[in-house]
Design a protein around this ligand. Structure first.
Ligand SMILES: [Zn+2]
Length: 478
């Protein structure tokens, strides 16, 4: 089953392409879902097809649908076909804006729901085989100048099962090939194609398919190096696509890494030899590995890496009886630097003031997680909570107006909602989180830098309001 895949994937190596000015067949991508039951059903039905006369004018047979950038041949009913065109156009507008290159050539796609209603010769063999496996494939012919490596012409054809974002995924490959002549190494090409079909204008929340969340949250994380350096072929499995999506989603949206990600991608698509993950991110590989693991352990639909990006810059120090350490903790963000460095056994006095709430119009909580009686909107105590904490990295669309996405995983916590919670970071490892007694004292459970947050489900932070001022002193010797 994999033989064809690797044979064609190997053809896409740029060395071959460069050698002559030639048309090179590049089969970019298979998308294979582990839907073996359905795949078998399809294999059977295509076997039956032999003896069956297929009329090209079958009432439910394929028809053509056009929009500004797409020509779609499909057996989907007209309303679904038009809906697909609309989604493809929206996605194309987003990705071509991202890569800064408008699409110049019609993208031709064969989108199949039921192979039985297609005339036997309507699909080329390789496309039909992919669809029989309920997958998708993009076939590109590219013509390249042998001296300069410059793309002269490219034409892609997409074959896709009408299911689970496969047409959108393949359309990203087709756009890349037709616009740049290539789609990059597997981790990038497949990661971005998976991102493409869940892209939403102006927001960075996780919008992937629920089974992707379930899978990534329930298995041992695949190491970062295995994703980036893997010799994996395209089209290997939807599970591998999920890992590549996770990494690309993180790098494209996390403020610590996104300013390097787009130039890296453009370099990859321009075939620049120094545009590699190692060169661009090598110096921050430990930070990325940490945040990648953190993302995999905590994300769900609606999770925002903009709100949970790790603070690697703030300086930490220890507190003394006379020289306290102070910080501000925002309700809507993930772990935030307290600036306090602790040693195991340090007795620390803490005081916290301010209130916060866990939804736009929900009740306010003290930093102990105690719900306050409802007060009139204007009766906030002066000097405590600013009326609206300006989010530093709010999305353009304004996160408060967005509807809540349903969680896939159950969020479990031993802390009260709204409780101030701490965690220690030591050599890229996190301790178990522990509650901070917001007025009182606690003993540092280990060595490390103290990070703080307001307790709440990780994918529900965006609509939180308020912040808390925290002060730490080391208990004076008695
Ligand atoms: Zn793909």
């Amino acid at each position: 089953m994999n033989i064809n895949r690797s044979r064609f994937a190997n053809l896409s190596r740029t060395a071959t392409v460069r050698r002559l000015l030639a048309m090179v067949l590049v089969v970019l991508a298979f998308l294979s879902w582990p839907d073996s039951v359905s795949a078998q059903t399809f294999a059977k039905s295509s076997g039956k097809e032999k003896g069956k006369k297929v009329d090209s004018a079958l009432p439910n047979g394929p028809r053509d649908y056009r929009s500004a950038n797409f020509l779609v041949h499909t057996d989907l009913p007209a309303d679904e076909a038009n809906d697909l065109l609309k989604r493809l156009e929206t996605m194309l507008a987003l990705i071509s804006k991202y890569w800064g290159k408008p699409n110049k050539q019609t993208i031709e796609m064969f989108v199949v729901r039921d192979l039985e209603v297609w005339p036997p010769n309507a699909l080329e063999r390789i496309g039909r085989e992919s669809i029989e496996q309920r997958a998708g494939i993009t076939i590109s012919s590219t013509s390249v100048n042998r001296q300069t490596g410059q793309l002269l012409a490219a034409k892609s054809r997409v074959y896709a099962i009408a299911d689970r974002g496969v047409p959108q995924h393949e359309a990203v490959h087709a756009y890349c090939h037709q616009s740049f002549g290539r789609a990059g190494p597997t981790w990038y090409a497949e990661g971005l194609a998976e991102m493409g079909h869940c892209w939403r204008e102006g927001e960075s929340r996780v919008h992937c398919l629920p089974h992707v969340v379930k899978y990534l949250r329930s298995v041992e994380p695949k190491p970062l190096r295995a994703i980036v350096n893997g010799r994996d072929q395209t089209g290997d499995s939807w599970q591998n696509y999920a890992w590549r999506w996770a990494l690309c989603h993180l790098l494209a949206n996390n403020p610590n890494y996104f300013d390097r990600f787009r130039p890296l991608g453009l370099g990859i698509l321009a075939d620049q030899p120094d545009a590699t993950f190692e060169r661009v991110y090598g110096s921050m590989s430990q930070e990325i590995a940490f945040e990648y693991l953190f993302f995999l352990q905590h994300f769900d639909l609606g999770y925002e890496v903009t709100l949970t990006a790790w603070d690697w810059k703030t300086k930490f120090r220890s507190a003394t009886a006379t020289l306290p350490v102070t910080c501000v903790v925002e309700a809507k963000r993930g772990w935030q630097a307290s600036r306090l460095q602790v040693k195991a056994g340090d007795e620390i006095e803490v005081s916290a003031e301010g209130t916060w709430s866990l939804s736009a119009d929900g009740p306010e909580f003290t930093p102990f997680g105690i719900e306050l009686p409802v007060a009139k909107p204007d009766s906030e105590k002066p000097g405590k909570v600013p009326k609206s904490a300006t989010p530093k990295r709010a999305s353009k669309a304004g996160t408060e107006a967005l509807e809540e996405l349903p969680s896939v995983m159950r969020y479990e916590s031993r802390f009260k909602p709204g409780q101030l919670v701490g965690v220690l970071l030591n050599d890229y490892e996190l301790s178990e989180p522990f509650p901070i007694p917001a007025d009182g004292a606690f003993v540092a459970p280990g060595d490390g830098q103290l990070f703080l947050r307001c307790e709440e489900a990780w994918n529900r932070l965006a609509d939180n309001k308020g912040k808390v001022n925290v002060k730490f002193k080391v208990k004076a010797d008695k």
